[in-house]
Design a protein around this ligand. Structure first.
Ligand SMILES: C[S@@+](CC[C@H](N)C(=O)[O-])C[C@H]1O[C@@H](n2cnc3c(N)ncnc32)[C@H](O)[C@@H]1O
Length: 249
């Protein structure tokens, strides 16, 4: 499986996805559970590096060699020790167990089919130490936004990145049967040239699916919040921040 196009461009990724409130949330959880910590889809090390700096033993798995190279460079410069592994979260086997497994920043949404999600969750269950926790955040589907781009042509939008960076033009479509939102991105440079990127396809997880998917993989939801401050999930919550453990619900 090939990573989505934005992940060939870690420099661009780091401009778009900057440190946020997920960092204190996951650091706090790691302080409670203790390590070792496994982050799946760890990207450029936005969380693995601070977690290692907190003194945890951290392993980061990602499908994109470019993202992992960027992460390894950042970890080296920060003096943080992280074991980065190139692999697919749908079918990884590390031969050891972890007190905490993280899948942050809507990364689980890269697994679009139920079979892929269940395969990943089963692999996670097999990598959890007794009493260990899985923590992940996925977006709460925004029905109005999805409805607006459910037509054939999709909905265009333009995002301007910080000065000097190209603008990103995004055309979004949504397949309500597959529950997949697809973004077609183009980089628009100041000289007027355009570079189309490969599509970014993200599964939408509706709230009632999550306990069922976890249950089908031998996991149970132990907490779910609507944000990283621990507020309850509600109709207006942008995220579903979930904590799960092995065992029946
Ligand atoms: C939104 S980024 C999140 C990166 C990081 N967790 C963060 O919070 O900044 C999603 C990451 O998932 C990775 N990815 C996508 N599909 C994957 C898969 N099947 N297995 C492992 N990593 C995957 C991408 O390469 C990318 O680095």
């Amino acid at each position: 499986m090939r990573p989505d196009a934005i992940y060939d461009r870690p420099d661009l990724y780091d401009r778009i996805v900057t440190p946020g409130p997920c960092e204190p949330f996951y650091r706090g959880l790691a302080a409670e559970t203790g390590g070792p910590v496994l982050e799946l889809a760890c990207g450029t090390g936005r969380l693995t590096i601070p977690l290692a700096a907190d003194g945890h033993e951290v392993v980061g798995v990602d499908l994109s060699p470019a993202m992992l190279d960027a992460a390894a460079g950042k970890a080296r410069r920060a003096g943080a020790k992280v074991a980065f592994v190139c692999g697919d979260m749908e079918r990884f086997a590390l031969g050891r167990r972890f007190r905490l497994v993280l899948v942050s920043c809507n990364s689980l949404a890269h697994l679009r089919s139920n079979a892929a999600v269940l395969s990943c969750l089963a692999r996670i269950r097999d990598h959890l130490a007794p009493g260990g926790r899985l923590a992940f955040d996925v977006v709460q589907p925004d029905l109005r936004a999805l409805a607006a781009c459910a037509g054939r042509g999709g909905r265009p939008a333009r995002t301007w990145l910080p000065p000097g960076a190209p603008a990103v033009e995004e055309r979004t479509t949504y397949d309500p049967v597959e529950q997949v939102r697809v973004s077609h991105w183009s980089l628009c440079r100041p000289d007027g040239s355009r570079e189309p990127l490969r599509r970014l396809a993200l599964r939408q997880f509706f709230p009632n699916e999550i306990p069922l998917l976890l249950g089908a993989a031998g996991l149970r939801l132990v907490a779910r919040y609507g944000d990283f401050e621990g507020n309850p999930l509600g109709p207006g919550s942008a995220n579903q921040v979930c904590v799960a453990a092995a065992g029946a619900g």
